[in-house]
Design a protein around this ligand. Sequence first.
Ligand code: FE2
Length: 326
Amino acid sequence: MICLGIEGTAHTCGVGIVDEDANILANELDMYRPEKGGIHPREAANHHSDVVVPLIRKALDAAGVEMKEIDVVCFSQGPGLGPCLRTVATAARALAVSLDRPIIGVNHCISHLEIGVAKTDCTDPVLLYASGGNTQIISFANGRYRIFGETLDIGIGNMFDKLGRELGLGYYAGPKIEKIAQEGSRLLDLPYSVKGMDMAFSGIMTAAVAHRARGESLEDICFSVQETCFAMLTEVTERAMAHIEKGEVLLGGGVVQNKRLRAMVARMTSDRGAEMFVPESRLCIDNGAMIAWTGLLMHNAGVRMTIDDTKVDQRYRTDEVEVSWR
Ligand code: FE2
């Protein structure tokens, strides 16, 4: 069984090809990078429509697979930006119909967890998923993937990008903030916003910008933002692990590339006698292979979709998905 997956929830368009043994035969991607400002959904969608067909060809070449050898076509059905989702869904439908193959729409957040389980040694983890648009703590409980904690406003990565713009660091600010934070040492007062099991990030950004206006150094601001936000993520992850009695943490999403976040979660897991797992970086970020693999699991469990079922859902909730493959 060979499965092709197309990812396109936000700035990344990706095409992955996997086989039944979770071998990744290809995982090609192309990221939309705005010249200035944040992601414009329509422009990101235009980018995806330009690159999706070349990416499919590139992935087939890399995998050494003929188009007709594809058994199932999968795509990211949500959550994400509407124009981006519709663009890759259209590509997936066209491919599935022209090849006369089944099509499977995949929940993007769950696919981060499934690829981590397939490609690391964890079996039943709590996923700390921290990316631009998404920030969720997810695990499997009582027959479904459930969200144990999540952002109440914006994804942590989007907050970093917005803060980066306010501080003049440019787009895709996370790695810059990480680097500058290494020179900081003074913990400035920022709103530590854990509400129950959920988190809020936009107030932290507002407070950080106010610190800058008062003349605090960039280094201390970046340091304080990281320490505060990552402590919140680590706290909620730990509480989820305690609540559902799980001993594994899996990291997913672009923000988990951050070494300070990894160190904090690693410290928490070792203090608990638990284990932390991190997939290779190309599988942490948004990619087509995770969509292909999750779609393959769903297909093998008997999930079938008509074209009518492939309508995209910008707010596709992790806990809406009927999980028949576990
Ligand atoms: Fe993602």
